[in-house]
Ligand binder design. Structure first.
Ligand code: SF4
Ligand code: SF4
Length: 351
């Protein structure tokens, strides 16, 4: 996969160009090409290169793409941006993750872009305001990032259309009802328990878990196959799925990482592997035996901002520290034991 080498300032100038030119975006040839590449594939890896010297000299790009204000100005601006993003020169991340971090961390070009004439005109702030219009709370919640892109007048990212999701929902639900085994990534079997406790029942817009739960309550011997990544059968209608990559891009683009770790923690706990198939009732019996709380599966504790940050990691870390547990999972576990016909006295003590 081609890694695009980009100077940090170029990403800010790209955003700024929307403030200056509206939805037409950049006029500059280099920035136009950059926008095209990001829109064509928003998970494209980008390397942030700048003239940092010292131990980072291996990635110094030279002054060829400096703007006219001179070398020191260009070096300062790139380093100010990396400082605000808490990233180092040469860092490589998918474009979407870098852009969301910019939207989160750099709310104004003041103090970053120095004497650049456009900074004084407020184009950058205007662009952000337009992207975020209608979604002041875009960075909270699971699908908030999608709201940002949907409600903004224009976007540097190319996201899926609403009609896409509805169509994918129909097709994937039909496939699930016909399937001899339902494919699911492991940790969302626990998310399904919480949705059940919340009273979420079909039809559900953002994933197929409530439909799966009703289906296996009626057909407890139906097999569930444990599969990696954002598998289509459950994740197809989710705005947090990149269909091209079969990847989870929730949590501002990096949700696949936390999801993957949770999947593997679940498999370890259950003593199972990707590719194995188990009857639905037996699988949930095993889950309820061995996973009594989500603390050990969903906890992510760290120094944030981080690619390990998501809406579930922090509360689970707090519950773990305070000796508490996830009340929704507890309630869902109790309800489903009844509805799946799993007798509590047959549940042995979990490992
Ligand atoms: S806490 Fe864990 S099980 Fe619950 S919704 Fe979040 S990821 Fe899913
Ligand atoms: S794509 Fe990600 S957020 Fe969406 S349902 Fe699948 S695992 Fe969950």
């Amino acid at each position: 996969m081609e890694i695009l080498k980009v100077r940090p300032y170029q990403l800010l100038c790209l955003i700024c160009s929307f403030g200056e030119n509206g939805c037409n975006g950049p006029k500059d040839k280099k920035l136009k090409e950059l926008l095209e590449k990001i829109r064509e594939f928003s998970s494209r890896p980008i390397m942030l290169t700048c003239n940092a010297g010292d131990v980072f000299s291996y990635q110094d790009p030279g002054i060829e793409e400096d703007t006219e204000e001179g070398s020191e100005f260009n070096r300062t601006r790139d380093l100010e941006i990396l400082h605000k993003l808490d990233l180092m020169p040469g860092a490589i991340l998918p474009a979407r993750i870098i852009l969301f971090r910019i939207f989160d961390k750099i709310l104004t070009s003041s103090g970053v872009c120095g004497q650049c004439a456009k900074a004084k005109k407020g184009y950058y702030e205007k662009a952000l305001r337009d992207f975020i219009a209608g979604s002041p709370d875009w960075n909270t919640g699971d699908t908030g990032f999608y709201k940002l892109l949907k409600e903004g007048k224009c976007s540097v990212l190319n996201e899926r259309k609403e009609t896409d999701f509805a169509e994918e929902k129909k097709k994937s639900i039909a496939a699930m009802y016909e399937a001899e085994e339902i494919s699911v990534r492991p940790h969302i079997l626990l998310c399904a328990v919480e949705q059940y406790a919340e009273g979420i029942r079909p039809p559900f817009t953002y994933d197929n878990l409530p439909e799966m739960m009703q289906h296996i309550i009626k057909n407890p011997d139906l097999k569930i196959k444990l599969v990696p990544d954002a598998d289509w059968m459950m994740c197809a209608p989710c705005p947090g799925r990149d269909p091209g990559l079969n990847a989870c891009i929730q949590a501002k683009g990096h949700g696949g990482l936390t999801s993957q770790l949770r999947d593997l923690r679940v498999l370890q706990k259950l003593g199972l592997k990707y590719g194995q198939s188990v009857k639905a009732k037996d699988l949930y019996k095993l889950i309820f035996e061995r996973i009594k709380t989500t603390n050990e599966i969903c906890t992510l504790d760290g120094v944030f901002p981080s690619v390990w940050e998501d809406k579930c990691g922090t509360p689970n870390a707090e519950w773990t520290r305070e000796g508490k547990e996830n009340e929704l999972y507890k309630k869902g576990r109790e309800l489903l034991m009844v509805d799946l016909g799993i007798e509590p006295e047959k549940i042995i003590n979990g490992k």
